[in-house]
Design a protein around this ligand. Structure first.
Ligand SMILES: NC(=O)c1ccc[n+]([C@@H]2O[C@H](COP(=O)([O-])OP(=O)(O)OC[C@H]3O[C@@H](n4cnc5c(N)ncnc54)[C@H](O)[C@@H]3O)[C@@H](O)[C@H]2O)c1
Ligand SMILES: [Zn+2]
Length: 364
């Protein structure tokens, strides 16, 4: 299955399906690259790098492997710098290619490196997590973290193509798979018609990735992201901002717990979406059943729907929400006037938010 991200001259194709890694050579667009750096991590490399490397060699490309430690800590300026030095040592030129093979960490890091090396070389995204196949590999946002916060340094750099091999998801740890399912559920709340309405989406994705995820299901999600990116490539008009649904509280939960892993990104976003639904309801934007419908869908995917007993208190979260990189005026959130109808609201009342947080903590 293929999905196109329509961006004029910068348009590119997302290929989704089984056994695509070994067909990287065919799925790459026209072009001649003399060298390729395959950036991957210590978990993904041993499983999948050889397929990609062998395939690239069939295109006559000289291949160099660059493996970073698995984990968010590799999304750092230091690791980016090491990779840049490596490219320079390999005598990489403007006409060479960086291939990012792995999850969002590798995609963001390698995309960033590709965007700044000699003011930009081509990057090929080969996402291997559900999160990266439906979200991070599409749209050209790249970046690394600073001590002061996540994704504070970055660029926009669209890939030349995205190759999403759904077969690679079978080795994904369960918690990582469920984290991706939270983004899938997000698309289903923002664009229910794409998933055949309620409860369509839950039938599309198996309880565990080990069962095998259909390419069609992943492609539907990729198409939602691709369309939003086409409309609002640079996050300027608000269309792309709607993808931040559930992320205001989600990011606050991650940041207030120091990204120690109490909540995976998807778990934090799942709780954040129930919170956003509760806020929408409290403000009279949607019907009273929506928070409960959110909770039952997310719960059925194995995701948490309430912050839990050890959660940070609301004041800590409020502080983190106020510091949110994407804030506009005052406390801003994406809310829903019902499923499928996102709106962005600023200057939200902290007292109302506190009440909604207590409410979801007790169960909606
Ligand atoms: N650029 C964007 O638009 C965007 C959007 C959303 C998220 N992100 C970023 O993405 C990152 C998170 O990405 P992620 O959730 O993919 O995490 P990740 O890249 O850390 O991958 C999760 C874990 O799974 C392992 N793994 C990856 N693929 C595997 C496979 N097929 N089999 C077995 N193990 C595998 C990895 O080694 C890692 O340990 C965050 O840094 C986030 O900021 C970026
Ligand atoms: Zn997210």
């Amino acid at each position: 299955v293929t999905v196109t991200v329509e961006l004029g001259d910068e348009s590119y194709v997302i290929s989704v399906g089984e056994r695509l890694l070994e067909r990287t050579d065919e799925l790459l667009p026209e072009g001649t690259w003399s060298k390729a750096a395959v950036v991957t991590d210590s978990n993904v490399g041993p499983l999948y790098a050889a397929r990609v490397e062998n395939s690239l060699r069939r295109r006559g490309v000289e291949v160099h492997a660059c493996t970073v430690e698995a984990g968010e800590a590799s999304k750092s300026p230091g690791v980016a710098r090491d990779l840049l030095e490596r490219l320079a040592a390999l005598d990489f030129a403007r006409t060479d290619l960086v291939a990012a093979l792995g999850g969002g960490v590798v995609g963001d890091l390698a995309g960033f490196v590709a965007s700044v090396y000699m003011r930009g070389v081509d990057v090929l995204q080969i996402p291997t997590t559900l999160m990266s196949q439906v979200d991070s590999a599409i749209g050209g946002k790249t970046g690394v973290n600073l001590e002061a916060g996540k994704n504070l340094v970055g660029t926009f750099h669209q890939p030349v193509a995205v190759i999403a091999d759904t077969g690679s998801l079978r080795t994904l740890p369960g918690r990582e798979y469920r984290s991706g399912l939270a983004e899938v559920a997000k698309y289903s709340f923002l664009r229910p018609e794409v998933f055949g309405g309620d409860p369509g989406m839950t039938d599309d994705f198996p309880a565990s990735a080990a069962t095998g995820v259909e390419a069609d299901a992943v492609a539907r999600c990729a198409a939602v992201k691709a369309q939003v990116v086409s409309i609002d490539e640079r996050d300027a008009t608000g269309a792309r901002a709607a993808l931040n649904y559930g992320h205001t509280l989600g990011h606050a939960l991650e940041s207030a717990t120091g990204y120690r892993g109490e909540y995976s990104h998807g778990e934090a976003v799942a709780i954040g979406m129930v919170f956003a639904a509760a806020v929408s309801e409290r403000m009279g934007l949607c019907d009273r059943g929506m928070p409960g419908r959110h909770a039952s869908r997310l719960g059925s995917l194995g995701l948490p729907v309430a912050p839990g007993s050890g959660a940070p208190d609301f004041d800590a979260l409020l502080g983190a929400m106020r510091r949110d990189k994407k804030r506009r005026s005052g406390l801003t959130m994406v809310l829903l006037e019902g499923e499928g109808k996102p709106v962005i609201r600023g200057d939200l009342d902290p007292v109302l938010l506190r009440g909604c947080y207590s409410r979801i903590a007790e169960g909606v």
